[in-house]
Design a protein around this ligand. Structure first.
Ligand SMILES: Cc1cc2nc3c(=O)[nH]c(=O)nc-3n(C[C@H](O)[C@H](O)[C@H](O)COP(=O)(O)OP(=O)(O)OC[C@H]3O[C@@H](n4cnc5c(N)ncnc54)[C@H](O)[C@@H]3O)c2cc1C
Length: 436
């Protein structure tokens, strides 16, 4: 039985996505009670591929997941490569442990990963610590400094009181809309992605992330499962992407609408190489989903007294840098660290905001400029995409310098990550939470 005093002390998390559930597990780990309020009535493994960078995998391992656990919903990535339309390599580098990080990088199935977070949280905190089918619509800051979340539940409107409220409610965040009522609408630059998964034989290293094509029309392909030992086939995530000159010509707010393969396969019909058959890969999918590549203009702050934003609610970004999910995980761990330092309240949220809002907002804008795929723009600008030898177009040192700058800005530069102390020290426990 939870007492009224405990209820007032708990953290309310709006949204049980990747960020909200990682925060819930972090709070559970350091002894802070929390309640997750999630709008869907039933948790289902939605979405296709995401990347978990070594900095995020490190946090998952410190949360108690083992690499065997991670192998159930993903596969360690060995390589990241860009290939021109002529099928020739532009740039390739090793990833994760293969590149000297102390932790692997994982290519994962988003839905199965979310279910793993959900199952673990229910097991550790009890199913009553997450309320499904409940939508947070806004908040009121109370005189004593606590917060009241306004929630639509299946049985009507309700007010839920907590010491702080964290908006982990994604790109269409209701908390952000209240905190920043004048924020501009969703930003769309004209690129549409069609996503799907197909069973196929992995290419190149067997676990390579491949960006193929040009800045305006490309395929991203990577496996998100280990190959079946009998068939050699793995679940291959693919994203077919086209940029339109007139963005206003299409709906730009939808998210994961199911579409027919014939709606877009014609853009990629002649993309066949002796090492890859793109149309065959696309045809191998049972379903494809269309979603526009959208983000939001950064906001100047993520906190309002006892309320803060995290994950996509704070910094929705183009997936070009493969760091949306990783940054949501980092946010949750930094929040946990700030609670340990400052106690659960507005001071911790202000410190979280001071550390992350500015640098992560810069990543949002950098990803808009194509992120690491910016190399494809450079190839396009310098030779229109046709080259015999990439050295004549962009010398190796320049390619490496470009990628090093991106990784440093995104927080996954190898040496500084390897040398960094844990975000949350092992065994850390918030004494004042009265648990333990
Ligand atoms: C269904 C779905 C599928 C996705 N598929 C992919 C994919 O295939 N590849 C990819 O790169 N990224 C995908 N994403 C986005 C990706 O998960 C995020 O960019 C990233 O993981 C950051 O996570 P987040 O927790 O901040 O946001 P999200 O993962 O978007 O989670 C937000 C959560 O908040 C809930 N929510 C929203 N509003 C409210 C509210 N008012 N009250 C209560 N709950 C609310 C949502 O139902 C969701 O569970 C998907 C997101 C969703 C929601």
């Amino acid at each position: 039985m939870v007492s009224v005093a405990d209820e007032n002390a708990r953290v309310i998390i709006a949204g049980g996505g990747i960020g909200g559930l990682t925060l819930a597990l972090t709070l559970q780990q350091i002894g802070v009670p929390c309640l997750v309020v999630e709008q869907v009535r039933e948790m289902k493994p939605l979405g296709v591929g995401i990347n978990l960078q070594p900095n995020a995998v490190r946090e998952l391992l410190e949360l108690g997941f083992s690499e065997i656990d991670l192998d159930r919903f993903g596969v360690p990535a060995r390589e990241w490569a860009l290939v021109g339309l002529n099928g020739q390599e532009i740039y390739a580098e090793s990833r994760g442990r293969f590149a000297g990080y102390h932790w692997p990088q994982y290519a994962a199935h988003r839905g199965n990963f979310q279910m793993a977070l959900y199952d673990r949280f229910c097991r550790l905190a009890g199913e009553e610590a997450i309320r499904l089918g409940c939508r947070v619509t806004g908040y009121d800051i109370r005189e004593d400094g606590s917060v009241a979340a306004r929630v639509d539940t299946p049985s009507g409107a309700e007010t839920i009181i907590g010491s702080v409220l964290i908006g982990a409610d994604g790109i269409h965040s209701a908390i952000r809309a209240q905190m920043h009522p004048d924020q501009p609408p969703i930003h769309w630059g004209g690129a549409v992605m069609w996503r799907g998964t197909s069973l196929a034989r992995p290419i190149r290293t067997g676990s390579s992330f491949i960006g193929l094509g040009t800045h305006r029309q490309r395929m991203v392909i990577y496996p998100i499962s280990h190959p079946d030992p009998n068939t050699g086939l793995a679940l291959i995530n693919w994203i077919a992407e086209v940029t339109y000159d007139d963005p206003s010509a299409r709906d730009s707010t939808g998210w994961f609408n199911r579409v027919e393969l014939d709606d877009f396969i014609h853009y990629f019909e002649d993309w066949t190489y002796d090492w890859l058959d793109v149309p065959a890969l696309i045809r191998g999918a049972e379903a494809a989903y269309e979603n526009p590549m959208i983000d939001r203009d950064p906001v100047p702050f993520w906190n309002d007294g006892p309320v803060a934003l995290m994950g996509d609610a704070a910094h929705p970004m183009y997936p070009t840098g493969s760091n949306g999910a990783s940054q949501a995980i980092i946010d949750s761990r930094v929040l946990g660290a700030k609670f340990l330092q400052h106690g659960v309240g507005a001071a911790a949220l202000a410190a979280f905001n001071d550390d992350l809002c500015k640098p992560v907002s810069e990543i949002v804008l950098r990803n808009r400029g194509a992120g690491p795929f910016g190399l494809l723009n450079m190839v396009n600008d310098r030779c229109g995409g046709a080259f015999e030898n990439i050295e004549d177009v962009i010398p190796k040192a320049e390619r490496e310098d470009f990628m090093a700058k991106y990784k440093s800005a995104a927080g996954f530069a190898r040496d500084s990550l390897n040398a960094a102390p844990p975000t949350i020290p092992a065994g850390a426990w918030l004494a004042s939470s009265g648990h333990g």
